[in-house]
Design a protein around this ligand. Structure first.
Ligand SMILES: [Zn+2]
Length: 335
C-alpha cells in the first residue's frame, strides 16, 4: 500500500496537479520552489509554496502542508481513502476517443487562424465553408498541440502512444490539413494531408493516418443510406463530390479496403457501387478498381467502374473545371 501511494504521488507531481486545477505560480530564483496564492483559503499575497523536488506544499498563511493526497483531502474535503481513489481515477488514461475529439476540436480552431490552410483548401477546389465545417476539417500548424492537450489533462505518454506527437513532443501532423474519421459518431482516426511549402521540395509523406485502424468507410453513416454509392479513394475526392451534390459518396482512404469497409458495401442487397479510384499512370488505381469490383460482384453487389479522363481523380477533374453534369455523364458511362 505504502509503495503504491509513493508511485501514485510520483505519477502525479503536485506541480502537474495544481496547474491543472488553475493554480498559477512563479518560480523562486533557481530554487526548486514555486509560490502562488493558496488554493485552500482566500488571500491577496501569495503564501502557498510547493517544493518540486520533495513534491510537498506548505502555506504560510493557513499553516497547512503535506503531500498531494493531503492536498486533495483538504481541497475536496474528502477522507484519506476517497482522496486516494479520486487520484487513481484521475490517473486512469482518458479514452483515446476523447483525446481524438479534443485534438480535432483544436485543429478545427486553427484552420480559421491560418490562411495558408484555407488557401490550400481553395487550391484543391474546396470553397464551401458549410461543407468544411460539416466534414470537421481542421489544420495542424505544428506546435501548441501538446501544451493545449496537457492543460486538458492528457499526458505526454498518451499523446505519444496515440501517435499525435513524436518523442521530441512535436505535433506529428505538422502543416497538415486534418479530416477526422468517424465511426458510430466517434472519431477513430485522423487523416492529415500535407500542405506543400510555397518553396522547396514536396513533402516525402503527403498522407498520414494515426497508427491505428482507419475504421470503416469515411462518411458511411450518410452515404450508406443510398442504394447507389460512389466510392472514392481520397478525402479530397469525397469533399469535391459532396460539394458538387453527390452526397452518396463514401471514401476508403486508399485503394485497399479493410474487411470492415468491404462488409459495409455489402450490407444491403441490391446495392450498386460506382468505383471512382485514381487513374494512375502505373495502373495501380485501375487494377485496384477491377479487383474490388470482382470481390463486390461475388458478394452480390453490382459494381461499376467509373472512367475519368486520363490522369484525373475526381478532385483534379473538378479543379480542372468539370461540372456536376460532366461527372454525371461519366457515371452514366460506367461499366
Ligand atoms: Zn493557505
Amino acid at each position: 500500500m505504502g509503495e503504491d501511494l509513493e508511485r501514485l504521488k510520483r505519477r502525479i507531481p503536485l506541480l502537474e496537479y495544481l496547474p491543472r486545477h488553475n493554480w498559477t505560480a512563479r518560480r523562486l530564483g533557481a530554487q526548486p520552489e514555486f509560490v502562488g496564492l493558496c488554493p485552500l483559503h482566500r488571500e491577496t499575497r501569495p503564501s502557498f509554496y510547493v517544493n518540486a523536488r520533495k513534491n510537498l506544499f506548505y502555506c504560510h498563511g493557513c499553516g497547512r502542508g503535506g503531500d498531494l493526497i493531503r492536498f486533495v483531502e483538504l481541497s475536496l474535503a474528502l477522507p484519506f481513502r476517497q482522496s486516494v481513489a479520486y487520484l487513481q481515477q484521475e490517473l486512469a488514461p482518458a479514452p483515446v476517443s476523447e483525446l481524438l475529439e479534443q485534438t480535432a476540436a483544436f485543429y478545427r480552431l486553427q484552420l480559421r487562424r491560418h490562411p495558408e490552410a484555407t488557401r490550400y483548401l481553395e487550391r484543391r477546389g474546396l470553397q464551401d465553408s458549410a461543407l468544411i465545417d460539416e466534414l470537421g476539417i481542421g489544420y495542424a500548424p505544428g506546435g501548441k498541440l501538446r501544451r493545449h492537450l496537457a492543460t486538458r489533462g492528457f499526458s505526454f505518454d498518451l499523446l505519444l502512444q496515440a501517435g499525435l506527437i513524436n518523442s521530441q513532443g512535436r505535433d506529428s501532423f505538422c502543416r497538415r490539413v486534418i479530416f477526422p474519421c468517424c465511426q458510430h459518431r466517434q472519431i477513430v482516426n485522423l487523416y492529415g494531408r500535407r500542405v506543400p511549402a510555397p518553396f522547396g521540395p514536396g513533402a516525402a509523406f503527403p498522407h498520414r493516418l494515426l497508427p491505428r485502424s482507419k475504421g470503416g468507410l469515411f462518411a458511411w453513416e450518410s452515404a450508406g443510406q443510398f442504394s447507389t454509392v460512389i466510392l472514392a479513394e481520397g478525402l479530397f475526392d469525397l469533399a469535391l463530390l459532396w460539394q458538387a451534390g453527390f452526397r452518396n459518396t463514401a471514401c476508403a482512404i486508399g485503394a485497399r479496403l479493410t474487411a470492415t469497409q468491404l462488409a459495409q458495401l455489402c450490407d444491403r442487397p441490391g446495392r450498386q457501387v460506382c468505383i471512382v479510384f485514381d487513374q494512375d499512370e502505373n495502373q495501380a488505381g485501375q487494377q485496384a478498381s477491377r479487383q474490388l469490383a470482382r470481390r463486390l460482384e461475388s458478394a452480390g453487389v453490382t459494381a461499376r467502374i467509373v472512367q475519368l479522363p486520363a490522369g484525373h481523380d475526381p478532385n483534379s477533374y473538378f479543379v480542372a473545371g468539370a461540372t456536376a453534369a460532366d461527372f454525371a455523364a461519366c457515371l452514366q458511362q460506367a461499366q
